[in-house]
Design a protein around this ligand. Structure first.
Ligand code: PLP
Length: 379
């Protein structure tokens, strides 16, 4: 049983062949524009706020780059607070933008950023806080924005897990500062690879839209109408981070399928896990806020009392794949070599196990996973 997979079929194949056979332009063009319009409609924002990219990591990099460029702090390396328990992409994006990722501890009950720990790590060089919707959980997100406001910080949301989620009724990506999504192969929707950022100030949107096309000023508008900026100025560093028409065509099909197909399938599967495991001794589920709406990307559980390896092996013996989200980033040699020590993150690292979750899994499969866990823990 697989941990995750891309769910694509005839719709995506048709969309791609339309671009290949009829459009005759595979780069960033009309299809990318339409995908940005579709995303903007879904998120209830303006098209200009949505900037598609060739990966979620690229979106995070552009977000950190724009925030750094807008920052008025001049001395010292700019710092961005970030939970250690995240995909290494969050950290790499911060350092790629010339900023220092400052690893923070997380809350034991959710795996999301511990704001009290983050507060203690603010310095005169801190310019932003990155919040990660760990396991699709926008836990106390409004408090993150209050925290940022109180401390004069920008906010980057790494919402790679949270496409389709809501915080206290509001859709993730419909409000905030800069919100980044990933459309890689196994996320809630996919473009094959891809991502986008949603900017809530014009300056960041303009910087990011240009920077994804080598910072050729205004090139997005030209490409969307079938042309190019041949003689525009370049004033700053940029990258080749744009999304192609092929990727956008896949994304548009996926977005159409999301509300009626992927969303209910993911939530149903997570609810079967919750029903079966909520009373399971030796297992703790991550806590969520009943006022939030979660479309789960990964199914993380905590295996208590040092029994994780036992459970993992029992699942493996039955051919059931498991994952580990994530090795904490402060333990990587590039990002801290285990310093500072983050006790809650390190404790969670020893407990967390990711169970199979994707729309093609049957509820029977999930029953089987839970039965194997139950048996392993009662042995
Ligand atoms: C997937 C993911 C990313 C990066 O997105 P890519 O599209 O794979 O580059 C960043 N952060 C988190 C938490 C992710 O899960």
């Amino acid at each position: 049983m697989r941990l995750s997979r891309s769910i694509v079929g005839q719709e995506e194949a048709k969309a791609v062949s339309r671009v290949l056979l009829e459009d005759g332009y595979l780069g960033m063009g009309s299809e990318t524009k339409l995908f940005e319009e579709d995303l903007a409609a879904f998120l209830e924002v303006e098209r200009e706020q949505v900037i598609t990219t060739n990966s979620g990591t690229a979106a995070l990099h552009l977000a950190c780059d724009a925030i750094r460029a807008c920052s008025r702090k001049t001395s010292g390396t700019p710092e961005i607070l970030v939970p250690s328990l995240t995909f290494v992409a969050s950290f790499q994006a911060i350092s790629a933008a010339g900023c220092k990722p400052v690893a923070c501890d997380v809350l034991a009950n959710t795996g999301t950023l511990d704001l009290e720990d983050a507060r203690a790590r603010i310095t005169e060089n801190t310019i932003a806080v990155m919040f990660v919707d760990y396991a699709s959980n926008p836990w106390h997100l409004h408090e993150v924005y209050n925290f940022a406001k109180e401390n004069g910080l920008r906010v980057v949301e790494d919402a790679a897990h949270a496409f389709g989620c809501r915080h206290h009724g509001k859709r993730i990506g419909s409000f905030g500062d800069i919100v980044c999504f990933s459309f890689d192969g196994i996320k809630n929707i996919t473009c094959g690879e891809g991502g986008c950022l949603v900017c809530f100030d014009e300056e960041s949107a303009r910087l990011a839209a240009d920077a994804r096309l080598l910072s050729v000023e205004g090139d997005t508008a030209k490409r969307f109408s079938g042309g190019r900026s041949w003689d525009a100025d370049v004033k700053r560093q940029g990258w080749r981070y744009h999304m192609s028409n092929i990727m956008a065509a896949i994304g548009r099909s996926q977005l159409k399928r999301f509300p009626k197909e992927f969303l209910p399938k993911r939530t149903l599967r997570a609810s079967v896990y919750a029903q079966r495991l909520v009373k399971q001794e030796g297992i703790a589920l991550l806590e969520t806020d009943p006022k939030d709406f979660i479309v789960p990307h990964i199914q993380v559980v905590r295996v208590l009392n040092g029994k994780k390896e036992l459970v993992r092996k029992a699942l493996e013996e039955r051919g059931i794949a498991t994952g580990l989200h994530y090795k904490p980033n402060h333990l990587h040699s590039f990002f801290g070599h285990g310093k500072p020590s983050l006790p809650v993150t390190e404790q969670l690292f020893s407990e967390i196990l990711t169970l199979p979750l994707h729309p093609a899994l049957s509820c029977q499969d999930i029953e089987e996973v839970c039965a194997v866990i139950k048996k392993a823990l009662s042995a």
